[in-house]
Design a protein around this ligand. Sequence first.
Ligand code: ZN
Length: 465
Amino acid sequence: MNKQNGRTMKYFQLLLLFFLSIAMISCSKDNRKNHDEVISPDSIYQEIGNTQVIKEFNGITKISVYYPKIGDEVVDQKIMEYVNSIVTDFKNEVMLKQEQGEIAFDYTPRLAVQYETYASYPNIYSIKFRILEGMPWEEKKRDFVQTLCFQVEEGKNLRLEDIIATSFQQDFYDQVIHQLKTKEIYGKYLDEDMIQNLVMNAVQNGLQFTLTQDKITVYFPKYDLLSGLSLSPTTSIAITAISKNLCLDEQGKLLLGRKIDPDKPMIALTFDDGPHDIYTVRILDALKKYGGKATFFVLGQRVDNHSKVLNRMIKEGSEIGNHSYSHPLLTTSTVEKIKREIAKTQEAIIRCTGYTPKLVRPTYGAVNQTVRSAIHYPMIEWSVDTEDWKSRNVDMIVKEAMKGAKDGAIILMHDVYPTTATAAEKVIQKLTKEGYQLVTISELFEYRGTGLNAGKEYFSSKYSK
Ligand code: ZN
């Protein structure tokens, strides 16, 4: 369709909508209190699927629900179940009111649902439902957005957390908070705490979102202000800004299906002094094969030349930590020098991946009062030293790693030696077979519930100082 035709079409649609509206207003008998929302299929934005309709006008309730049929059996079943649950909940609520004796309603309780579909990836469909409920016993009409997002191949209903790398999720929430704060309309009425609460509550209840070609849009529940005004905050994050942290390949296939079982033992493998084009890649391949993750404490000076491997770490759910810029002994450095070493590395990693590291591993594990006062991040030490840099012997490295393996352990290796890569391949296989989950440092401390604090040293999930 060319632009001219598009415009004519749009004009025609508007005209049609106008006449339809007039027709509907004149037909509608109880158009009181502005509770009637004119919803016609014309207003449905649809990139995929056919419109299905549920209409019921039975004197007790008025229901007019539009929903899509995608053409995939499993997904369509799930959409129908979802839509039916909205209708059932609505009817039950009305019935309960009637049982409570409130029979004489001002007007008929009504439910209207409209939707939009987005087929952003070949495999992923996003559906946004706008749900309007006019309940005669309530002053205001309910008006809210709920979303579904399906990966069609697996018939899986995706949460936002399924498509954003674990290590990036907090950053994503922070970006959402920042966007809301800087939007004039929200910034004017909502203070920082309100926005923070709004977002964190929504995160706990499961964020409502749509994934479209160019952005992820997040929808928040209606927020009533004291002035009687209400806001329905929404905000969008551009895909280009977060594509490195999306767990989707170009076909919309999930790269991550991360499930950590807190009841099973877990170990954090850590690799220092990299990244390396060959050895780090071999370790990442092994992690991928066994579904494990690790933490890579990288040197700032190596970041720019290893952009590809760093981005792969993040994308595959591993974690990047800061191991200084040029590997000086920090205990003999000045506070200014230490701060510069850490800051330069943070900047390089952010520039290269968009990810902000949360952890520092002090060089040589050496920490004194000066280092403590200069580093405002959790400092990650280790409980198992494989001495891989010293022995350069595959069997010895594997032996040391396995000797210290237990729940909560942090194992130290260096991803810059061929012997370490070979040993790591074996260790990853052995630990996985023994039932260990290979997790990142952040995951280890999250699942073992101890948390991580700036300026403290951590040797395992059970020992810190
Ligand atoms: Zn080092």
